[in-house]
Design a protein around this ligand. Sequence first.
Ligand code: ADP
Ligand code: MG
Length: 251
Amino acid sequence: MKEPIIEAENLSRIYSMDSVDVVGIAGIDLNVEQGEILVLKGESGSGKSTLLSLLAGLDRPTSGKLKVAGRNMAKASEKDLTRYRRETVGMIFQNFNLLPTLNVMENVTLPGLLAGRSHSSVRKKAAELIEWLGMESRIAHHPTQLSGGEMQRTAIARALINDPALILADEPTGNLDSRNSARVMDLLEKIVAGGKRTLVVATHSTVADRMATRQICLKDGSLVRQRPARALPQSPPAANPFSQDWHKTRN
Ligand code: ADP
Ligand code: MG
């Protein structure tokens, strides 16, 4: 059997606040295969963002085991984690987190340039992603000149610029109306179609329930419910941004 892309065993992150322990997550066991869509549910404060931060290599477990894409996340060096965040992970946030002084093209290209790739190759890839996301006419706009849906599509392009194996999205539709929410969820589904990419998304969206290959619900940092994995689709849908002819099937 293939090695899972995410393996968590008794995973915990306890925050120490003035000598008081606050549970972020506690005792999570989880296995996710490449190509899956894992949906995280749970009320505010249940530990979804904590788990995503650990998966993103932005934070470290306080105990338990976490292996992501072959890396021991507790023991990896800072240098290795920086590289991991740049090359393996694409993150999407509720508040978009675009840099206000940069335009759409500059926001999207920045992580590619930080990864040391050539300016021309990064710009080419950014232009393709921006076109696929229907944002060509906004390429020189700054974030304040964009709608919420446009800001999130820009953030999606930015998350994809380094072709990451793992997409992590923390309530990506939390600030969007229902039409834009549906569009963003649809884009996320297309991005992982084909089985090479894995998506972990924390969301209250019911659209996500249909997409999920696996769903877990957190409560006070613990896993209270898990909907087991369903089989992955055998053939990728037509519009896949990472197949060679994705631009022809753009909708
Ligand atoms: P969710 O994303 O599901 O709303 P979080 O992961 O943000 O939940 O929070 C889980 C728990 O951990 C909450 O009780 C929260 O207050 C606490 N927590 C989160 N981040 C920190 C932090 N940096 N320091 C201290 N406590 C934190
Ligand atoms: Mg959160």
